[in-house]
Design a protein around this ligand. Structure first.
Ligand code: GDP
Ligand code: IMO
Ligand code: MG
Length: 423
């Protein structure tokens, strides 16, 4: 029997590209949908049949029947937030317990990790990362320093392990002079979440996934965050704490590189970033405000304003390179419907130097633009490539030429149905 493949769907800029929407659209073609990195810092929006869901830890394949969803070993998970998210879905009529498996090797986010996240941010003064406050950095730090707790620990002697780790966090917080916090209620919910999580299949997901691949089943790996937030390849230190790139699929699910099939790189027709850090294409003018307003660019997790700018080909080329993207998916083309001119950043410049290669540090670099005519047509009702206005076709052709990668899907609205396959 032919072995199955793991296709990856990856955000290739600063996150919030629309991964949730496309994973939901793709799920019918796969047997398993698996998250391999990140945790409740993610907010993946799915809209269909007048319903809207924002998923944080649960894979976006959960709305299709008879599909297994997996939270892989590369993820971090907060039992209280997981319980809240899962109960919302159960209330909406989705049975989870049989369709959602959680890796024993995924790390647990404790309430005190979230306090540490806040304390470390406060200590950074002006250099704050602008984290989501979900305890992501402290949890992955602890994973790397080999002191963390994993989902598998819930099954044995857990209370004692929890108390020991919590005491260590409290000591660190005292050293940081960050003592003005009260987690009583949060901890109560968290422990309730622990009991709730124990009702799920907490398993060796890497074995399960590899067995499925041997049986010829196909897996969709759902990325979280985006390449520019990757701990190695993003705009360090203004990044998240996991490997969001394609290599993270292998480590975060326990699958070999040879199992990777298609690598879908998803991006918006423009750029956004939430949180701090350099952003060469950022628009501080009325155009940026207009993109934010039309695109509803406010964080799905924190409600913060997303910073907006034109599409960034330097970042996209870099991301295509490090991920080995085989197909591009362009989202939110409709947001640019009313703009007479569309700009694309084709290079960065700084002190007379111009580059198309991603610099070590993008601070201080500004965008060099190419202007293209806008399509000034409502795209949201279109259902086929044949109906695209010429200027929109030209924009797609320009990006494909520059990026040397085909755009195979275009999204023209938030609904599941507003998704068009090309060619
Ligand atoms: P993710 O984190 O990558 O899953 O993306 P988010 O859900 O955080 O952000 C994407 C936002 O854009 C959500 O509010 C989606 O409902 C919305 N969205 C997705 N695709 C489109 C599109 O093609 N057009 C418009 N207007 N909105 C979209
Ligand atoms: P999805 O999966 C956009 C950003 C935060 C902050 C930095 C570090 O929805 O695309 P963290 O809490 O991870 O330590 O924050 O990363 N960030 C995201 N931005 N989309 C996300 O996820 C993000 N997850 C983290 O805003 O700048
Ligand atoms: Mg998001």
């Amino acid at each position: 029997m032919t072995r199955g493949k793991v296709d990856a769907l990856l955000g290739i800029v600063f996150g919030d590209e629309g991964k949730g929407k496309v994973v939901d659209v793709f799920t019918p073609k796969y047997d398993i949908v698996a998250r391999f990195a990140g945790g409740p810092n993610a907010g993946h929006t799915i809209i269909f049949e007048g319903k809207k869901f924002v998923l944080r830890s649960i894979p976006s394949g959960i709305f299709a029947e008879n599909k297994l969803n997996i939270i892989g070993n590369g993820c971090v998970i907060a039992p209280d937030l997981f319980m809240q998210e899962a109960r919302e879905l159960e209330t909406a009529g989705y049975d989870l317990k049989n369709r959602l498996h959680i890796s024993k090797r995924a790390h647990l986010i404790l309430p005190t990790h979230r306090v540490l996240d806040r304390a470390l941010e406060a200590a950074k003064g002006k250099n704050k990362v602008g984290t989501t406050g979900k305890g992501i950095g402290p949890t992955y730090s602890e994973k790397a320093s080999r002191t963390g707790l994993r989902v598998g620990d819930l099954l044995e002697n857990f209370e004692e392990k929890y108390r020991t780790l919590k005491a260590r966090h409290e000591e660190t917080l005292r050293q940081l002079h960050y003592t003005d916090y009260d987690i009583t209620e949060e901890e109560r919910l968290w422990l309730e979440g622990v009991a709730y999580m124990r009702q799920f299949s907490l398993v060796d997901t890497e074995i399960e996934i590899n067995r499925a691949l041997r049986e010829g089943k196909n897996v969709l790996a759902e990325g979280a965050q985006g390449t520019m937030l990757d701990i190695d390849h993003g705009t360090y230190p203004f990044v998240s704490s996991s490997n969001t790139v394609c290599g993270g699929v292998c480590t975060g699910l326990g699958v070999p590189p040879s199992a990777i099939g298609e690598v879908f790189g998803i991006f918006k027709a423009y750029s956004t970033r939430v949180g701090s850090g350099p952003f060469p294409v950022e628009l501080f003018d009325e155009t940026g405000d207009r993109i934010r307003e039309i695109g509803h660019e406010y964080g799905a997790v924190t409600g913060r304003n997303r910073r907006c700018g034109w599409v960034d080909l330097v970042a996209l080329k870099y991301a295509i390179m490090v991920n080995g993207v085989t197909q591009l998916i362009m989202m939110k083309g409709d947001v640019l419907d009313t703009f007479p001119t569309i700009r694309a950043c084709v290079a960065y410049q700084k002190d007379g130097e111009v580059t198309t290669d991603m610099p070590f540090d993008t601070e201080g670099w500004t965008a060099v633009y190419k202007d293209l005519p806008g399509w000034q047509t409502d795209l949201t009702h279109l259902t086929s490539e044949a109906d695209f206005p010429q200027a929109f076709k030209d924009y797609i052709a320009f990006l494909e030429r520059e990026l040397e990668t085909p755009i195979t899907i275009v999204s023209v609205g938030p609904d599941r149905a507003q998704t068009i396959s090309l060619k």
